[in-house]
Design a protein around this ligand. Structure first.
Ligand SMILES: *[C@@H]1O[C@H](CO)[C@@H](O)[C@H](O)[C@H]1NC(C)=O
Length: 276
């Protein structure tokens, strides 16, 4: 009895500390929101400048969308390219095992994102220091929704920004070990793969669950520039977060537990920050 009482008091204290910290960061964020709103109003006042700016960015996008480039040839080395053509139309295909893969690291990307080579190089270095973990540029978060009992909810960019916490990085831009291809295809519950195929969604959440279940550790979010050239993917359709929330709860049921682990660690290239 005494022990549990002590424990309770300790947890309560810790919760209070966390709550205080959270309040502080919420206040800072509210302040930031006000600043951003003010800036937007000022910008809107200078509508002419704004139009020029948006025209220019449109131009840049239409050029980049016409083609793609594979760069960074090193010492005249040729880049090996291999295309796998799949008969079956399933999102699970992106995690099929790749025969004769010579490297352990896989950089998984969507077809509509562009990175500076320096960002990829840095993420690769982070991955090398934690090769079992997923290391990526696009963080997402889950949390317990107390208004719906013990259900989990999925949160996008805004949720990560608001809470400063994430529990997955999406495979649209992430490094992971090639062993997870075979785990995904051969070891993971077939019901999860079927769900992904049927709903045309959440293969990336399934991969995050798989890696977290295997490592018992959180993913690593890396700071880096990434440019998305189009917003025509499934994530721009309505009701996206509701569907993703369904996936999270479904996968938790399949695993019998929530394997994802939250963290607020972000890897940053120390050469790019001059202020310590
Ligand atoms: C999840 O982890 C458990 C315990 O390590 C393991 O037995 C199980 O096979 C893992 N599940 C998957 C789908 O990899």
């Amino acid at each position: 009895m005494r022990g549990s009482c002590l424990l309770n008091r300790r947890t309560e204290l810790r919760f209070r500390q966390i709550a205080m910290l959270t309040m502080k960061s919420v206040k800072i964020k509210l302040l930031l929101c006000c600043c951003i709103a003010l800036t937007v109003i000022l910008l809107a006042g200078r509508a002419s400048t704004f139009t020029v700016w948006s025209n220019r960015s449109l131009q840049r996008y239409s050029v980049t969308r016409k083609g793609y480039a594979i760069s960074n040839f090193k010492d005249g080395q040729q880049v090996k390219l291999k295309f796998d053509i799949n008969k079956e139309d399933s999102l699970n295909n992106r995690f099929k095992e790749i025969k004769d893969l010579e490297t352990d690291a896989v950089f998984s990307i969507d077809d509509d994102v562009i990175f500076p080579c320096s960002s990829v190089e840095f993420a690769f270095n982070v991955w090398k220091s934690a090769p079992d973990t997923m290391v990526g540029f696009v963080p997402r978060v889950h949390w317990v929704d107390s208004s719906h009992g013990d259900n989990f909810r999925y949160g996008g960019w805004w949720s990560v920004w608001w809470m400063g916490t994430y529990s997955m990085v999406l495979s649209k831009a992430a490094f992971f070990h090639k062993k997870y291809f075979s785990l995904y295809t051969n070891e993971m519950q077939a019901s999860i793969r079927e769900y992904v195929t049927k709903n045309r969604n959440c293969e990336d959440i399934a991969m995050s669950f798989l890696v977290a279940n295997a490592t018992g550790a959180p993913a690593i979010w890396v700071k880096g520039k990434i440019f998305e050239t189009g917003s025509t993917g499934i994530s721009s359709l309505g009701g996206h977060n509701e569907k993703r929330t369904e996936c999270v709860n479904r996968f938790v049921a399949e695993y019998g537990r929530m394997p994802l682990i939250s963290t607020s660690v972000k890897a940053v290239d120390s050469r790019s920050i001059w202020f310590w």
